[in-house]
Design a binder for this molecule. Structure first.
Ligand code: IPE
Ligand code: IPE
Ligand code: MG
Length: 236
């Protein structure tokens, strides 16, 4: 572990926008799916290292509500990779007490992916280790619109709508807001990821493309986070 890291100030929840798989593959003259495959390897290492560092919640952006605009074979390829990922990782995740969670509307995913997800959720549901959330067909605006729908349908009076009630109706109801949001590949935007939850998150952007994101890079991001002055509107 990086000796400059303060072990007592590891963020409880880290959220990651894994970006740059396509550019990584292109630079190597390979198809985009080659990059997604390599991205899965990076993810494996980051999940493991999150446990080593003592991160309690890890949330990763794998497929947005807008990712559906990509060519069909890329989407299908990504979901196949997901099935493969769960197939090869689930035993290790479970042995390490990781609890798998999915955020987003995964009801319309291919049957094979849904089966793999259901198995993973079922198998790890009682685990008390790292809560590992994967955002699939996830969109922050979609999530907020759904929360509003749920609240109205439950018959709540307008006067009783609070920020807390909104939070409880999001996909992340049981998960604290992320202290740190990391985006790889240098893009300076949130791309509809956790837009409610990241209201006061520290955002760290690294130029590294996701398949090249190692545990050392991860620690550098946490180090940058630890150097930030978090004021939440107050004065220090
Ligand atoms: C990240 O990479 C995608 C996933 C995590 C599925 P992109 O596919 O967006 O790659 P770029 O941004 O085109 O390089
Ligand atoms: C970032 O999203 C990574 C995801 C996992 C979805 P995009 O690569 O789709 O975002 P934009 O298009 O650059 O905003
Ligand atoms: Mg991208």
């Amino acid at each position: 572990m990086n000796t400059s890291l303060d072990k007592n100030r590891i963020p409880r929840h880290v959220a990651i926008i894994m970006d740059g798989n396509g550019r990584w593959a292109k630079a190597k003259g390979q198809p985009r799916l080659f990059g997604h495959n390599a991205g899965m390897e990076a993810l494996r290492e980051i999940v493991r290292h999150s446990q080593t560092l003592g991160v309690k919640y890890l949330t990763v952006y794998a497929f947005s509500t807008e990712s559906g605009k990509r060519p069909e074979d890329e989407g299908a390829g990504l979901f196949k990779l997901l099935v493969k990922y769960f197939g090869s990782e689930i035993d290790e995740l479970h042995a390490n007490h990781v609890k798998v969670n999915i955020i987003g509307d995964w009801s319309k995913l291919p049957a094979e992916s849904k089966q793999a997800i259901n198995d993973a959720l079922e198998k790890t549901k009682n685990n008390d280790g790292l809560v590992f959330s994967i955002a699939l067909n996830y969109g922050g605006r979609d999530e907020i619109a759904r929360a509003v729908k749920n609240i109205i349908e439950s018959g709540v009076n307008a006067a009783d709508i609070t920020e807390e009630l909104m939070s409880k109706n999001l996909y992340t109801a049981d998960i604290p807001d992320p202290e740190l949001v990391i985006r790889t590949s240098g893009e300076l935007r949130l791309s509809n990821f956790l837009i409610w939850q990241s209201a006061y998150s520290e955002i760290v952007i690294t130029p590294v493309l996701w398949p090249d994101f190692t545990k050392e890079e991860y620690e550098k991001c946490i180090l940058e986070y630890q150097g930030r002055d978090r004021r939440f509107g107050g004065i220090k």
